[in-house]
Design a protein around this ligand. Structure first.
Ligand code: H79
Length: 431
């Protein structure tokens, strides 16, 4: 006789809650986090067979393209001008320290030679070569860390079922085995963490497509950390961090802000931060998108991010032939020139003792506080008291010592007109 056991509801809840165990990062992992926070500035790369259509990485969904039709795309993906040396040289010229590239976006297409599917670059494109392998080799040579963006969400696999909020029009059957899909994803992650050397991090995205699904995160996170303990895990789920994650991602917003509308539940946590942003208004290559952000805007965003104790991951969507469009290249090089001069006030710093203000932000390294005035509102600058005795204040660009007054309210300095820089006027406070 089969006896049904009735489990009281409170017990079910307790079991569920205990599935989210705490996580103790390894020493290697903590060291990576330090490295990551010191690095501050990275390049995001969205590249896939969607780039061919020049209409962004969501094109399969936005143009309602079914799988059979989409399958024509890989045969047009032949990036004969792809030169990882050029990409990595540009990354360095921009002052960036790491790359986060799409190993798989929502279209499910693997930009590497996966043995678990033929829906990949080696099996479906005339190019055939494993672009991630080529990039990994060059990054290693040049001391640039490589991270993989790996989409949780998949518009191609039948086992991504039941489907979520997106990918409803790709013509898949009304059946599939969810746990087989998760096994497949873990398998691809194993490939990525086994065959490409040291990987800086795995950057997940797409969880929000099926917020209430059993994503088996604990198992996947454990797998990643067991394959490479130093690898940092981040998940752009737009929620508070989940045990097993190593830094918190914010999309198109500074920590604690929600201009996009999807950071509503992104409660700011205790882990390192990273915010990502586009150079125009697209992630994947978009032929018609000319809404380029200026060099000044992007530098100011990076500086603000640093003031918020956050990294800045700036995106490019390479063209289908493998080149990065010239508009991006010139801006990135200008950012790099700025970083060459002012990098001391960004790299290796943490968010400063004064919370971000309408006039700008502060960063800190050892006994130096860098005051970044992004928007000089007045020739008098009042820096609110932060409880430390100030020894001296100098202009970072001219090394001229400035007069200041320190009292219970804070520190007042008069900004000499001739040192005002419209992008960022920097002062160094020694404590
Ligand atoms: O990879 C880039 C984008 O393709 C991906 N993340 C960056 C890094 C991205 N996908 N979607 N979004 C960004 C915007 C999210 C929109 C959402 Fe929604 C609003 C997700 C949930 C609510 C759109 C509407 C998708 C589901 C409902």
């Amino acid at each position: 006789m089969i006896r049904k056991t009735i489990i009281p509801l409170f017990l079910v809840l307790a079991i569920n809650a205990s599935a989210q165990t705490t996580y103790t990062p390894t020493t290697e992992n903590l060291r990576s986090r330090e490295w990551f926070q010191d690095a501050k500035f990275g390049m995001f790369i969205h590249w896939g067979v969607y780039s061919v259509l020049g209409d962004g990485e969501w094109v399969m969904n936005t143009q309602f393209i079914d799988k059979q039709t989409y399958q024509k795309l890989p045969s047009f993906f032949n990036p004969v001008n792809y030169d990882p040396k050029e990409w990595v040289a540009l990354v360095k010229a921009a002052g960036m320290k790491y790359i986060t590239i799409t190993s798989k976006h929502h279209d499910g297409f693997a930009m590497f030679d996966s043995k678990l599917t033929d829906w990949d670059i080696a099996d479906r494109t005339p190019y055939k070569k494993d672009i991630l392998k080529m990039l990994a080799d060059e990054c290693r040579k040049e001391g640039i860390k490589l991270f993989f963006y790996h989409s949780h969400l998949d518009w191609y696999q039948e086992n991504y079922f039941p489907r979520g909020r997106t990918g409803q029009t790709t013509g898949r059957p009304e059946a599939g085995d969810w746990y087989k899909y998760l096994d497949y994803m873990d398998g691809q992650l194993t490939e990525l963490l086994t065959n490409y050397g040291e990987i800086g991090g795995i950057w997940f995205d797409g969880f929000w497509d099926k917020k209430d699904a059993d994503w088996r995160l604990e198992k996947t996170y454990k797998l990643i950390h067991s394959l490479q303990p130093a690898t940092l895990i981040s998940n752009n789920h737009h929620q508070a961090v989940i045990p097993g994650e190593d830094f918190q991602a914010f999309e198109k917003d500074l920590p604690g802000h929600n201009t996009t509308g999807f950071s509503e539940e992104s409660e700011v946590g205790e882990l390192p931060f990273e915010t990502c942003e586009t150079m125009n208004n697209s992630w994947g290559f978009n032929l018609q998108d000319k809404r380029y952000k200026s060099t000044k805007d992007l530098i100011q965003y990076m500086v603000k991010a640093a003031g918020y104790n956050s990294n800045f991951l700036l995106n490019v969507g390479p063209m289908p032939d493998g080149r990065i469009q010239p508009e991006f290249v010139s801006t990135l090089k200008e950012m790099g020139k700025w970083m060459e001069k002012n990098g001391e006030t960004i790299y290796g710093t943490r968010g400063g003792p004064v919370a971000p203000k309408s006039w700008g932000v502060t960063t800190i390294k050892n006994n130096k506080i860098y005051v970044h005035v992004l928007n000089a509102e007045d020739s008098n600058l009042l820096i609110p008291d932060f409880g430390k005795k100030v020894k001296s204040i100098t202009s970072f660009s001219s090394s001229v010592k400035l007069k200041f007054k320190q009292d219970a309210y804070g520190i007042t300095i008069v900004i000499p007109n001739e040192i005002i820089d419209k992008t960022d006027t920097i002062f160094v406070i020694e404590i």
